[in-house]
Design a protein around this ligand. Structure first.
Ligand code: GLN
Length: 275
């Protein structure tokens, strides 16, 4: 029977992963229902036959490229365990910068907030975890994403998030908000990275947008004006090389105080403006 230590040596088989050792640790934690600290404390712990067989199955799928989050069915975002599946984007650490930005700019305890294209519900639920008195509406066009976000909401027990099916503002006529946030699709359909790594297993509807990736951001920036209160804040995530284009879109739409914030790798990632 192979021990944990021996199984972790198989990181060498994950030649295409950026984080082979971490991938194996997360898969083993998932299989055993233990923490990473536990793995390090008990390196000689042997997997039983059934566990080893399950591990082989997961390892095979990971070698074939499936994202770890799809193999475990979950991903942590803002320290919240979120259920994930193939219906939507796997939450990225960079999107936590968007959450941080909103929390820094909005010290108010009572606000009406909208999250467009919520996917797993990551942004809306992270904000809800910090601001129990904010009223947060989270929408997605895809019914499967709406169901997933609602499942995550219920799992976390947040009562201040309302999750609706809506194609951007389609189901929100007459409603206005103090803050509108979005991590929309923004990858250029021609981007070669779409053929590499985890994104191959994520739906294109959550990833790509026309006009070199800018079409949805342009649509959101235009339509959001009718749904923001005076002085209301629009905050969107975008590609590292889209900052200048997004600032221009925001300015052309009439937003003021337009600025871009950097992600954890120091790349332009979040642009904001006020109505
Ligand atoms: N940041 C993600 C990536 O580059 C894409 C997220 C998105 O399109 N909203 O893989």
């Amino acid at each position: 029977m192979a021990t944990l230590k021996e199984n972790l040596l198989r990181a060498v088989e994950l030649t295409e992963s950026d984080s082979p050792r971490l991938d194996l640790e997360v898969l083993l934690c998932h299989l055993l229902g233990k923490s990473r600290a536990w793995l390090y404390t008990w390196p000689e712990h042997p997997l039983d036959e059934a566990q080893q067989a399950n591990f082989e199955r997961l390892l095979k799928r990971r070698i074939a490229g499936e994202p770890v989050a799809h193999l475990t069915g979950s991903r942590e975002f803002w320290s919240l365990p979120l259920k994930v599946n193939r219906s939507t984007l796997i939450p990225r650490p960079d999107t936590e910068v968007l959450v941080e930005t909103v929390l820094t700019l909005c010290p108010q305890e009572q606000l009406q907030v909208l999250d467009l294209g919520t996917g797993t519900g990551a942004i809306a639920l992270a904000l809800a975890s910090e601001k129990p008195r904010w009223q947060i509406v989270a929408v997605d066009r895809m019914p499967a994403a709406v169901a997933l976000a609602e499942e995550n909401r219920q799992q976390l027990g947040f009562t201040n998030v309302e999750i609706l099916q809506s194609d951007w503002f389609g189901a929100l006529s007459g409603r206005s908000f103090d803050v509108i946030v979005s991590n929309p699709p923004y990858i250029d359909p021609k981007d070669p990275h779409l053929r590499e790594g985890d994104v191959r297993f994520e739906p294109l509807s959550a990833l790509i947008a026309e006009e070199s990736g800018l079409a949805d951001i342009r649509q959101i920036a235009g339509a959001a004006r009718a749904h923001l209160v005076a002085g209301g804040l629009l905050v969107v995530e975008h590609g590292w090389d889209q900052g200048r284009a997004v600032r221009r879109i925001f300015s052309e739409c009439g937003y003021r105080d337009v600025e871009t914030r950097l992600d954890y790798a120091g790349r332009e990632r979040i642009t904001l403006g006020r109505h």
